[in-house]
Design a protein around this ligand. Sequence first.
Ligand SMILES: C/C(=N\NC(=N)NO)c1ccc(NC(=O)Nc2ccc(/C(C)=N/N/C(N)=N/O)cc2)cc1
Length: 321
Amino acid sequence: QSNLPKEFSEKYLITKKIGAGVCGEVKLAFERATCKKVAVKTINKKDFPASLGTATRNAEREIQILKKIDHPCLIKTEDFFQTDDSYYIVLELMEGGELFDRVKSKNQIEESIAKLYFYQMLKAVEYLHNNGIIHRDLKPENVLLSSQDDICVIKITDFNQSKILEESALMRTLCGTPTYLAPEVFTDAVTVGYSSAVDAWSLGVVLFVCLAGYPPFHPNAQTGLSVRDQITQGIYTFIPSKWDGISDDAKDVVKRLLLVDPNARLTIEEALHHPWLMDEAMKETAECIMYPRDSGDAAEADAAEADASTTKRSREDDDDE
Ligand SMILES: C/C(=N\NC(=N)NO)c1ccc(NC(=O)Nc2ccc(/C(C)=N/N/C(N)=N/O)cc2)cc1
């Protein structure tokens, strides 16, 4: 137990390490008052001595984002603590662990399950983009599963790389008439910079890995190209043995997300309207697990239904007499 803040260790009992990240680890903890299991993500500030300022600013921004977001497929945080060398984020425990480990253990995820997870990821990222947030680090390690079952809620986590789209002077300039505007203002990296399309690309890679069990861009690809060149040239292979059993619609979504030109790439909105996602049964399942009617409402609704059917039956009996 490194030097945990006193009020933290009074409230939580930290037990074992359950996940490890680049800038910190995830531990299983119990809230002493309720014995409820939680996850605690530790973010070490000292790991970035050079850019201590950045790490602190990043963590502050991440905590600001974590407090603001509210969606069934985005991680919920319960508490925050910090010492001079670490941040402690207390989160809901996602019993199913990370999608990364699920894909590794299953090798390939069954197409209908991959579609259910992908639909939830799209809804979560749609919410982020509608709230001016770009995640920028979507990967299977940052997609958590709510249970060991295949059919479960997924939640996106780790907003360490996220950007909040603020109204900028440049954005205001670009809204005005560009009569006197120099060309480089339009083409300058800052203008073209990160857009929400980066998240669509990443989701394409995540979907590819879920369906095929191997990443589209990887070091020992037969291309002899570096991973960076494979990505910038959009060169990847659908290995037949892995993709033969997978539908053409699924392949088409991947192809349209892994387009190098961000303007040609599917947006999250467009992906949600792709034929592969026009699957009412899947959407019904997703809505049901994302927005469970709590037992009270459900019992009430069932009672009302039962009541209605008895009334109907008694009317029929009357008719029979
Ligand atoms: C149930 C279980 N394991 N079960 C077991 N018995 N394992 O032995 C389990 C549960 C959850 C996880 N992962 C998990 O919760 N990750 C995670 C990753 C990142 C972040 C955040 C906020 N990051 N923010 C930053 N700045 N990052 O750098 C939060 C959570 C792993 C295993």
